[in-house]
Design a protein around this ligand. Structure first.
Ligand code: BG6
Length: 462
Protein backbone atom coordinates (compact mmCIF):
# COMPACT_ATOMS: atom_id res chain seq x y z
CA UNK A 1 0.00 0.00 0.00
CA UNK A 2 1.50 3.35 -1.04
CA UNK A 3 1.63 6.43 1.19
CA UNK A 4 -1.26 8.01 -0.67
CA UNK A 5 -3.53 4.96 -0.33
CA UNK A 6 -6.74 5.47 1.61
CA UNK A 7 -6.66 3.91 5.06
CA UNK A 8 -10.42 3.26 5.32
CA UNK A 9 -13.36 2.82 2.99
CA UNK A 10 -16.63 4.39 4.08
CA UNK A 11 -19.81 3.94 2.08
CA UNK A 12 -22.99 5.87 2.67
CA UNK A 13 -26.09 4.05 1.48
CA UNK A 14 -24.79 0.74 2.85
CA UNK A 15 -28.23 -0.88 2.83
CA UNK A 16 -29.25 0.57 -0.55
CA UNK A 17 -29.61 -0.84 -4.02
CA UNK A 18 -26.23 0.26 -5.34
CA UNK A 19 -24.39 -1.28 -2.39
CA UNK A 20 -26.34 -4.50 -2.89
CA UNK A 21 -25.80 -4.78 -6.62
CA UNK A 22 -22.36 -3.26 -7.11
CA UNK A 23 -20.42 -2.31 -4.01
CA UNK A 24 -20.40 -5.59 -2.06
CA UNK A 25 -19.46 -7.56 -5.20
CA UNK A 26 -16.70 -5.03 -5.97
CA UNK A 27 -15.34 -5.19 -2.41
CA UNK A 28 -15.33 -8.99 -2.40
CA UNK A 29 -13.53 -9.00 -5.78
CA UNK A 30 -10.91 -6.55 -4.47
CA UNK A 31 -10.29 -8.79 -1.47
CA UNK A 32 -10.04 -11.87 -3.71
CA UNK A 33 -7.47 -10.11 -5.85
CA UNK A 34 -5.48 -9.01 -2.80
CA UNK A 35 -6.29 -5.34 -3.29
CA UNK A 36 -8.25 -4.46 -0.18
CA UNK A 37 -7.01 -4.69 3.34
CA UNK A 38 -8.73 -1.81 5.13
CA UNK A 39 -11.55 -1.15 7.53
CA UNK A 40 -14.81 -1.03 5.58
CA UNK A 41 -17.44 1.14 7.21
CA UNK A 42 -21.03 1.12 5.99
CA UNK A 43 -23.30 4.04 6.94
CA UNK A 44 -27.10 4.04 6.57
CA UNK A 45 -30.25 4.70 8.44
CA UNK A 46 -31.86 1.33 8.36
CA UNK A 47 -32.17 0.06 11.92
CA UNK A 48 -30.11 -3.00 10.93
CA UNK A 49 -27.24 -4.17 13.12
CA UNK A 50 -23.82 -5.26 11.91
CA UNK A 51 -24.77 -8.92 11.65
CA UNK A 52 -27.81 -8.05 9.62
CA UNK A 53 -25.65 -5.96 7.29
CA UNK A 54 -23.30 -8.94 6.91
CA UNK A 55 -26.32 -11.10 6.01
CA UNK A 56 -27.34 -8.54 3.45
CA UNK A 57 -23.81 -8.55 2.00
CA UNK A 58 -23.91 -12.37 1.78
CA UNK A 59 -27.24 -12.26 0.05
CA UNK A 60 -26.02 -9.58 -2.37
CA UNK A 61 -23.00 -11.67 -3.33
CA UNK A 62 -25.05 -14.80 -3.84
CA UNK A 63 -27.22 -12.91 -6.28
CA UNK A 64 -24.53 -10.83 -7.96
CA UNK A 65 -21.52 -12.77 -9.12
CA UNK A 66 -21.25 -15.48 -6.46
CA UNK A 67 -19.96 -15.80 -2.93
CA UNK A 68 -16.31 -16.76 -2.32
CA UNK A 69 -16.10 -18.09 1.22
CA UNK A 70 -12.56 -16.91 2.08
CA UNK A 71 -13.01 -13.45 0.63
CA UNK A 72 -16.43 -13.09 2.20
CA UNK A 73 -15.04 -14.08 5.62
CA UNK A 74 -12.45 -11.28 5.31
CA UNK A 75 -15.07 -8.83 4.12
CA UNK A 76 -17.30 -9.67 7.07
CA UNK A 77 -14.44 -9.32 9.51
CA UNK A 78 -13.51 -5.87 8.16
CA UNK A 79 -17.06 -4.60 7.92
CA UNK A 80 -18.29 -2.08 10.49
CA UNK A 81 -21.63 -0.37 10.56
CA UNK A 82 -22.75 3.11 11.57
CA UNK A 83 -26.51 3.31 11.82
CA UNK A 84 -27.81 6.85 11.79
CA UNK A 85 -29.61 9.70 10.13
CA UNK A 86 -27.61 11.69 7.57
CA UNK A 87 -28.88 14.94 9.13
CA UNK A 88 -27.78 14.03 12.65
CA UNK A 89 -24.38 15.14 14.01
CA UNK A 90 -24.25 12.01 16.15
CA UNK A 91 -23.96 9.86 13.00
CA UNK A 92 -20.75 11.62 11.97
CA UNK A 93 -19.34 11.52 15.50
CA UNK A 94 -19.86 7.77 15.50
CA UNK A 95 -18.16 7.60 12.10
CA UNK A 96 -15.25 9.72 13.38
CA UNK A 97 -14.71 7.20 16.19
CA UNK A 98 -14.94 4.27 13.80
CA UNK A 99 -12.31 5.84 11.55
CA UNK A 100 -9.77 5.99 14.40
CA UNK A 101 -6.38 7.01 12.99
CA UNK A 102 -7.11 6.00 9.42
CA UNK A 103 -5.35 8.30 6.96
CA UNK A 104 -7.03 9.66 3.82
CA UNK A 105 -10.35 7.89 4.43
CA UNK A 106 -12.44 7.50 1.31
CA UNK A 107 -16.13 8.40 1.63
CA UNK A 108 -18.31 6.96 -1.09
CA UNK A 109 -21.71 8.65 -1.40
CA UNK A 110 -23.84 5.85 -2.83
CA UNK A 111 -26.95 7.85 -1.97
CA UNK A 112 -29.46 10.05 -3.82
CA UNK A 113 -28.02 13.45 -4.81
CA UNK A 114 -30.58 15.21 -2.63
CA UNK A 115 -28.63 13.90 0.39
CA UNK A 116 -25.17 14.98 -0.79
CA UNK A 117 -25.18 18.39 0.82
CA UNK A 118 -26.14 17.13 4.30
CA UNK A 119 -23.56 14.38 4.18
CA UNK A 120 -20.78 16.66 2.97
CA UNK A 121 -21.58 19.16 5.71
CA UNK A 122 -21.73 16.40 8.31
CA UNK A 123 -18.35 15.06 7.19
CA UNK A 124 -16.79 18.52 7.29
CA UNK A 125 -18.20 19.49 10.68
CA UNK A 126 -17.15 16.26 12.37
CA UNK A 127 -13.60 16.34 10.99
CA UNK A 128 -14.24 13.22 8.87
CA UNK A 129 -13.50 15.24 5.71
CA UNK A 130 -10.00 16.20 6.85
CA UNK A 131 -7.39 14.71 4.52
CA UNK A 132 -10.18 12.59 3.05
CA UNK A 133 -11.40 11.65 -0.43
CA UNK A 134 -14.97 11.65 -1.60
CA UNK A 135 -16.50 9.52 -4.35
CA UNK A 136 -19.76 10.75 -5.82
CA UNK A 137 -22.20 8.62 -7.77
CA UNK A 138 -24.05 9.74 -10.84
CA UNK A 139 -26.32 11.51 -11.55
CA UNK A 140 -24.04 14.44 -10.81
CA UNK A 141 -26.75 17.10 -10.68
CA UNK A 142 -29.80 17.18 -12.93
CA UNK A 143 -28.83 20.10 -15.15
CA UNK A 144 -26.03 22.61 -15.52
CA UNK A 145 -27.14 24.86 -12.65
CA UNK A 146 -27.50 22.02 -10.11
CA UNK A 147 -24.17 20.49 -11.18
CA UNK A 148 -22.48 23.86 -10.63
CA UNK A 149 -24.09 24.12 -7.22
CA UNK A 150 -23.00 20.60 -6.33
CA UNK A 151 -19.44 21.38 -7.39
CA UNK A 152 -19.47 24.47 -5.19
CA UNK A 153 -20.79 22.43 -2.25
CA UNK A 154 -18.10 19.79 -2.69
CA UNK A 155 -15.34 22.34 -3.09
CA UNK A 156 -16.19 23.90 0.27
CA UNK A 157 -14.91 20.77 2.00
CA UNK A 158 -12.82 18.87 -0.56
CA UNK A 159 -10.09 19.92 -3.00
CA UNK A 160 -10.77 18.94 -6.62
CA UNK A 161 -8.06 16.26 -6.53
CA UNK A 162 -9.85 14.62 -3.58
CA UNK A 163 -13.17 14.39 -5.48
CA UNK A 164 -13.88 11.31 -7.60
CA UNK A 165 -17.03 11.54 -9.76
CA UNK A 166 -17.94 8.03 -10.89
CA UNK A 167 -19.12 7.16 -14.35
CA UNK A 168 -18.97 3.37 -14.37
CA UNK A 169 -18.64 3.35 -18.16
CA UNK A 170 -15.09 4.66 -17.75
CA UNK A 171 -14.22 1.57 -15.73
CA UNK A 172 -15.19 -0.78 -18.55
CA UNK A 173 -12.32 -2.56 -20.23
CA UNK A 174 -13.77 -1.99 -23.71
CA UNK A 175 -14.22 1.72 -23.11
CA UNK A 176 -10.64 2.08 -21.94
CA UNK A 177 -9.55 0.20 -25.00
CA UNK A 178 -11.05 2.91 -27.21
CA UNK A 179 -8.46 5.26 -25.86
CA UNK A 180 -5.68 2.74 -26.09
CA UNK A 181 -6.55 1.71 -29.63
CA UNK A 182 -6.69 5.31 -30.80
CA UNK A 183 -3.41 6.47 -29.38
CA UNK A 184 -1.32 3.30 -29.58
CA UNK A 185 -1.75 2.76 -33.34
CA UNK A 186 -0.16 4.73 -36.16
CA UNK A 187 -2.61 3.82 -38.89
CA UNK A 188 -5.60 5.47 -37.27
CA UNK A 189 -4.47 9.03 -36.72
CA UNK A 190 -4.24 10.08 -40.41
CA UNK A 191 -7.87 9.14 -41.07
CA UNK A 192 -9.27 10.19 -37.69
CA UNK A 193 -10.58 13.58 -38.76
CA UNK A 194 -13.09 15.45 -40.88
CA UNK A 195 -11.18 14.72 -44.11
CA UNK A 196 -11.89 11.01 -43.87
CA UNK A 197 -14.65 10.43 -41.34
CA UNK A 198 -18.14 10.78 -42.80
CA UNK A 199 -20.08 10.28 -39.56
CA UNK A 200 -19.87 8.72 -36.11
CA UNK A 201 -22.68 6.96 -34.29
CA UNK A 202 -22.98 5.50 -30.83
CA UNK A 203 -25.91 3.27 -29.96
CA UNK A 204 -26.61 2.11 -26.42
CA UNK A 205 -29.52 -0.29 -26.75
CA UNK A 206 -31.08 -2.12 -23.82
CA UNK A 207 -33.71 -4.82 -24.14
CA UNK A 208 -34.85 -4.36 -20.59
CA UNK A 209 -37.32 -1.73 -19.48
CA UNK A 210 -36.96 0.24 -16.28
CA UNK A 211 -36.96 -2.89 -14.10
CA UNK A 212 -38.99 -1.61 -11.20
CA UNK A 213 -36.98 1.63 -11.07
CA UNK A 214 -39.92 3.69 -12.39
CA UNK A 215 -39.74 6.30 -9.64
CA UNK A 216 -36.01 6.82 -10.22
CA UNK A 217 -36.46 6.92 -13.97
CA UNK A 218 -39.18 9.54 -13.72
CA UNK A 219 -36.55 11.84 -12.20
CA UNK A 220 -34.03 11.32 -14.96
CA UNK A 221 -35.10 9.95 -18.36
CA UNK A 222 -32.64 8.65 -20.94
CA UNK A 223 -30.81 11.94 -21.58
CA UNK A 224 -29.89 12.48 -17.94
CA UNK A 225 -29.50 8.77 -17.17
CA UNK A 226 -27.05 7.75 -19.87
CA UNK A 227 -26.49 10.43 -22.54
CA UNK A 228 -25.09 13.27 -20.41
CA UNK A 229 -22.60 10.86 -18.85
CA UNK A 230 -21.91 7.47 -20.46
CA UNK A 231 -22.55 8.44 -24.07
CA UNK A 232 -20.80 11.80 -23.96
CA UNK A 233 -17.84 10.16 -22.23
CA UNK A 234 -17.58 7.57 -25.00
CA UNK A 235 -17.82 10.37 -27.55
CA UNK A 236 -15.07 12.25 -25.72
CA UNK A 237 -12.73 9.27 -25.85
CA UNK A 238 -13.38 8.95 -29.57
CA UNK A 239 -12.75 12.59 -30.34
CA UNK A 240 -10.25 14.07 -27.86
CA UNK A 241 -6.79 15.13 -28.98
CA UNK A 242 -3.82 12.97 -27.93
CA UNK A 243 -2.91 13.82 -24.33
CA UNK A 244 0.71 14.60 -23.48
CA UNK A 245 0.94 11.41 -21.45
CA UNK A 246 -1.27 8.84 -19.74
CA UNK A 247 -1.47 10.80 -16.48
CA UNK A 248 -4.78 11.93 -15.03
CA UNK A 249 -4.20 15.65 -15.59
CA UNK A 250 -3.16 15.41 -19.23
CA UNK A 251 -6.02 13.04 -19.96
CA UNK A 252 -8.62 15.15 -18.22
CA UNK A 253 -7.40 18.39 -19.81
CA UNK A 254 -7.99 16.96 -23.28
CA UNK A 255 -11.37 15.53 -22.35
CA UNK A 256 -12.53 18.88 -21.06
CA UNK A 257 -11.24 20.64 -24.14
CA UNK A 258 -13.25 18.52 -26.56
CA UNK A 259 -16.36 18.57 -24.38
CA UNK A 260 -16.18 22.35 -24.42
CA UNK A 261 -16.04 22.27 -28.22
CA UNK A 262 -19.29 20.28 -28.45
CA UNK A 263 -22.08 22.53 -29.60
CA UNK A 264 -25.09 22.66 -27.23
CA UNK A 265 -27.95 20.57 -28.58
CA UNK A 266 -31.03 22.09 -30.15
CA UNK A 267 -34.51 20.55 -29.77
CA UNK A 268 -34.90 20.14 -33.55
CA UNK A 269 -32.00 17.68 -33.55
CA UNK A 270 -33.28 15.56 -30.70
CA UNK A 271 -35.95 12.87 -30.78
CA UNK A 272 -37.34 11.67 -27.48
CA UNK A 273 -39.32 8.44 -27.31
CA UNK A 274 -41.25 6.55 -24.65
CA UNK A 275 -41.97 2.83 -24.95
CA UNK A 276 -45.59 1.80 -24.83
CA UNK A 277 -46.23 0.29 -21.42
CA UNK A 278 -43.93 2.69 -19.55
CA UNK A 279 -46.91 4.55 -18.11
CA UNK A 280 -48.07 1.32 -16.44
CA UNK A 281 -44.82 0.91 -14.51
CA UNK A 282 -44.94 1.34 -10.74
CA UNK A 283 -43.84 4.82 -9.70
CA UNK A 284 -44.53 6.34 -13.13
CA UNK A 285 -47.01 9.19 -13.53
CA UNK A 286 -49.89 8.32 -15.90
CA UNK A 287 -49.19 11.57 -17.74
CA UNK A 288 -45.41 11.14 -17.78
CA UNK A 289 -43.48 12.85 -20.57
CA UNK A 290 -40.20 11.28 -19.54
CA UNK A 291 -38.18 9.75 -22.37
CA UNK A 292 -37.00 6.14 -22.35
CA UNK A 293 -35.31 6.67 -25.71
CA UNK A 294 -33.30 9.55 -27.12
CA UNK A 295 -31.67 10.06 -30.48
CA UNK A 296 -29.58 13.13 -31.08
CA UNK A 297 -27.26 14.77 -33.54
CA UNK A 298 -24.19 16.53 -32.23
CA UNK A 299 -21.41 18.62 -33.66
CA UNK A 300 -17.92 19.46 -32.51
CA UNK A 301 -16.67 22.90 -33.41
CA UNK A 302 -12.96 22.31 -33.75
CA UNK A 303 -10.47 21.83 -36.56
CA UNK A 304 -10.50 18.03 -36.39
CA UNK A 305 -14.24 17.47 -36.40
CA UNK A 306 -15.91 20.51 -37.92
CA UNK A 307 -18.80 19.43 -40.15
CA UNK A 308 -18.81 15.74 -39.07
CA UNK A 309 -22.21 14.64 -37.74
CA UNK A 310 -22.18 12.63 -34.52
CA UNK A 311 -25.26 10.61 -33.68
CA UNK A 312 -26.12 9.21 -30.29
CA UNK A 313 -29.02 6.89 -29.63
CA UNK A 314 -29.92 5.27 -26.32
CA UNK A 315 -33.06 3.52 -25.25
CA UNK A 316 -34.84 0.89 -23.21
CA UNK A 317 -36.98 -1.94 -24.63
CA UNK A 318 -35.05 -2.03 -27.88
CA UNK A 319 -34.51 -5.26 -29.84
CA UNK A 320 -31.03 -6.04 -28.42
CA UNK A 321 -28.80 -5.17 -25.48
CA UNK A 322 -25.63 -3.78 -26.92
CA UNK A 323 -23.46 -0.69 -27.01
CA UNK A 324 -21.73 -0.13 -30.30
CA UNK A 325 -19.79 2.66 -31.99
CA UNK A 326 -19.72 2.94 -35.78
CA UNK A 327 -17.33 5.27 -37.54
CA UNK A 328 -18.11 5.55 -41.22
CA UNK A 329 -15.28 6.67 -43.48
CA UNK A 330 -15.81 8.59 -46.68
CA UNK A 331 -15.61 6.66 -49.96
CA UNK A 332 -12.38 6.89 -51.99
CA UNK A 333 -11.99 10.33 -53.56
CA UNK A 334 -11.97 8.79 -57.04
CA UNK A 335 -13.87 5.58 -57.75
CA UNK A 336 -11.77 3.27 -59.94
CA UNK A 337 -14.03 0.28 -59.22
CA UNK A 338 -17.60 0.18 -57.99
CA UNK A 339 -18.23 3.34 -59.99
CA UNK A 340 -21.90 3.28 -59.06
CA UNK A 341 -20.82 3.55 -55.45
CA UNK A 342 -20.01 0.65 -53.12
CA UNK A 343 -22.87 -0.83 -51.16
CA UNK A 344 -20.88 -0.08 -48.04
CA UNK A 345 -17.90 2.14 -47.41
CA UNK A 346 -15.05 1.61 -45.00
CA UNK A 347 -15.73 1.83 -41.30
CA UNK A 348 -14.47 1.10 -37.83
CA UNK A 349 -16.83 -0.65 -35.48
CA UNK A 350 -16.25 -0.83 -31.73
CA UNK A 351 -18.57 -3.09 -29.87
CA UNK A 352 -18.35 -2.19 -26.21
CA UNK A 353 -20.85 -4.62 -24.70
CA UNK A 354 -22.01 -7.28 -24.09
CA UNK A 355 -19.20 -8.80 -26.17
CA UNK A 356 -16.17 -6.77 -27.09
CA UNK A 357 -14.80 -6.38 -30.57
CA UNK A 358 -13.04 -3.94 -32.83
CA UNK A 359 -13.52 -4.30 -36.55
CA UNK A 360 -12.55 -2.63 -39.78
CA UNK A 361 -14.99 -2.75 -42.68
CA UNK A 362 -13.26 -3.08 -46.02
CA UNK A 363 -14.01 -3.92 -49.65
CA UNK A 364 -12.46 -6.97 -51.29
CA UNK A 365 -12.79 -8.27 -54.82
CA UNK A 366 -15.25 -11.02 -55.58
CA UNK A 367 -13.25 -13.85 -57.24
CA UNK A 368 -13.89 -13.96 -60.97
CA UNK A 369 -13.41 -11.97 -64.11
CA UNK A 370 -15.22 -8.86 -63.04
CA UNK A 371 -13.68 -6.17 -60.88
CA UNK A 372 -16.55 -6.07 -58.45
CA UNK A 373 -16.28 -5.96 -54.74
CA UNK A 374 -17.92 -7.25 -51.64
CA UNK A 375 -17.92 -6.11 -48.04
CA UNK A 376 -15.46 -7.81 -45.71
CA UNK A 377 -14.86 -7.20 -42.06
CA UNK A 378 -11.57 -7.68 -40.21
CA UNK A 379 -12.48 -8.45 -36.64
CA UNK A 380 -10.45 -8.47 -33.43
CA UNK A 381 -12.42 -10.14 -30.67
CA UNK A 382 -11.50 -9.65 -27.05
CA UNK A 383 -12.28 -12.59 -24.88
CA UNK A 384 -12.48 -11.28 -21.37
CA UNK A 385 -11.56 -13.74 -18.64
CA UNK A 386 -12.39 -12.78 -15.10
CA UNK A 387 -12.61 -9.20 -16.25
CA UNK A 388 -12.30 -6.61 -13.52
CA UNK A 389 -15.75 -5.16 -12.86
CA UNK A 390 -16.00 -1.42 -13.44
CA UNK A 391 -16.74 -0.75 -9.77
CA UNK A 392 -13.80 -2.85 -8.61
CA UNK A 393 -11.52 -0.98 -10.97
CA UNK A 394 -12.84 2.47 -10.12
CA UNK A 395 -12.99 2.07 -6.34
CA UNK A 396 -9.45 0.66 -6.37
CA UNK A 397 -8.21 3.64 -8.40
CA UNK A 398 -9.93 6.13 -6.08
CA UNK A 399 -8.41 4.47 -3.00
CA UNK A 400 -4.99 4.91 -4.61
CA UNK A 401 -5.80 8.53 -5.46
CA UNK A 402 -5.64 7.87 -9.22
CA UNK A 403 -8.22 10.15 -10.81
CA UNK A 404 -7.61 9.34 -14.50
CA UNK A 405 -10.91 7.47 -14.91
CA UNK A 406 -13.02 9.97 -13.00
CA UNK A 407 -14.74 13.02 -14.38
CA UNK A 408 -13.37 16.38 -13.36
CA UNK A 409 -15.75 19.13 -12.25
CA UNK A 410 -15.25 21.27 -15.36
CA UNK A 411 -15.91 18.29 -17.65
CA UNK A 412 -19.14 17.40 -15.87
CA UNK A 413 -20.32 20.96 -16.30
CA UNK A 414 -19.24 21.01 -19.96
CA UNK A 415 -21.30 17.85 -20.57
CA UNK A 416 -24.35 19.41 -18.93
CA UNK A 417 -23.87 22.49 -21.08
CA UNK A 418 -24.30 20.25 -24.17
CA UNK A 419 -27.58 18.64 -23.06
CA UNK A 420 -29.04 21.47 -21.01
CA UNK A 421 -31.10 23.03 -23.85
CA UNK A 422 -32.93 19.75 -24.53
CA UNK A 423 -33.74 18.60 -21.00
CA UNK A 424 -37.34 18.32 -19.88
CA UNK A 425 -39.95 18.74 -22.56
CA UNK A 426 -37.90 20.87 -24.96
CA UNK A 427 -38.62 18.27 -27.65
CA UNK A 428 -41.95 16.37 -27.67
CA UNK A 429 -41.99 12.76 -26.54
CA UNK A 430 -43.16 10.20 -29.12
CA UNK A 431 -44.40 6.68 -28.32
CA UNK A 432 -42.68 3.56 -29.70
CA UNK A 433 -43.44 -0.13 -29.57
CA UNK A 434 -41.23 -2.30 -27.36
CA UNK A 435 -38.76 -4.40 -29.33
CA UNK A 436 -38.35 -1.77 -32.05
CA UNK A 437 -35.55 0.73 -32.66
CA UNK A 438 -37.54 3.61 -31.19
CA UNK A 439 -39.77 6.15 -32.93
CA UNK A 440 -39.53 6.42 -36.72
CA UNK A 441 -38.82 10.14 -36.19
CA UNK A 442 -35.30 9.14 -35.14
CA UNK A 443 -34.51 8.78 -38.86
CA UNK A 444 -35.25 12.46 -39.41
CA UNK A 445 -32.28 13.74 -37.52
CA UNK A 446 -29.86 11.91 -39.83
CA UNK A 447 -27.98 14.25 -42.15
CA UNK A 448 -27.70 13.63 -45.90
CA UNK A 449 -27.91 9.93 -46.72
CA UNK A 450 -26.81 8.76 -43.25
CA UNK A 451 -28.69 5.85 -41.72
CA UNK A 452 -28.78 4.35 -38.28
CA UNK A 453 -26.72 1.24 -37.91
CA UNK A 454 -28.63 -1.26 -35.77
CA UNK A 455 -26.24 -3.52 -33.85
CA UNK A 456 -26.79 -7.25 -34.30
CA UNK A 457 -27.37 -9.38 -31.18
CA UNK A 458 -24.26 -11.51 -31.62
CA UNK A 459 -21.75 -8.98 -32.82
CA UNK A 460 -22.02 -10.22 -36.40
CA UNK A 461 -21.09 -7.95 -39.31
CA UNK A 462 -23.62 -5.23 -40.01
C1 BG6 B 1 -26.74 3.08 -15.56
C2 BG6 B 1 -28.13 3.55 -15.87
O1 BG6 B 1 -25.89 4.17 -15.30
O2 BG6 B 1 -26.22 2.35 -16.67
C3 BG6 B 1 -29.03 2.40 -16.25
O3 BG6 B 1 -28.66 4.22 -14.74
C4 BG6 B 1 -28.39 1.56 -17.35
O4 BG6 B 1 -30.31 2.85 -16.64
C5 BG6 B 1 -26.98 1.19 -16.97
O5 BG6 B 1 -29.17 0.39 -17.53
C6 BG6 B 1 -26.26 0.44 -18.08
O6 BG6 B 1 -24.99 0.05 -17.64
P1 BG6 B 1 -24.33 -1.29 -18.18
O7 BG6 B 1 -22.99 -1.33 -17.52
O8 BG6 B 1 -25.22 -2.40 -17.80
O9 BG6 B 1 -24.23 -1.12 -19.67
Amino acid sequence: MTASHSGAFVFFGATGDLAYKQIFPALQAMIRHGNLDLPIIGVAKSGLNLNQLRDRARDSLQKHGGLYADAFAKLSARLQYVNGDYHDDATYEQLRRALGNAVRPMHYLAIPPSMFESVIQGLAKSGCARDARVVVEKPFGRDLASAQLLNRTLHKSFAEDAIFRIDHYLGKEAVENLLYFRFANTFLEPVWCRDHVASVQITMAEQMGVQGRGAFYEEVGAIRDVVQNHMLQVMTLLTMEPPMDGGADAMRDEKSRVLSAMRPLVPAEVVRGQFRGYLDEAGVSPASQVETFAALRLRIDNARWSGVPFYIRAGKQLPVTCTEVMIELKPPAHAVFDVDGPAQSNYFRFRLSPDVLISVGARTKVPGELMVGTAAELIAHHRLHDEMMPYERLLGDAMRGDAALFTRGDAVEAAWRVVDPVLGNAAPVVGYEPDTWGPAAAEQIMAGGDQWHNPAPEGASP
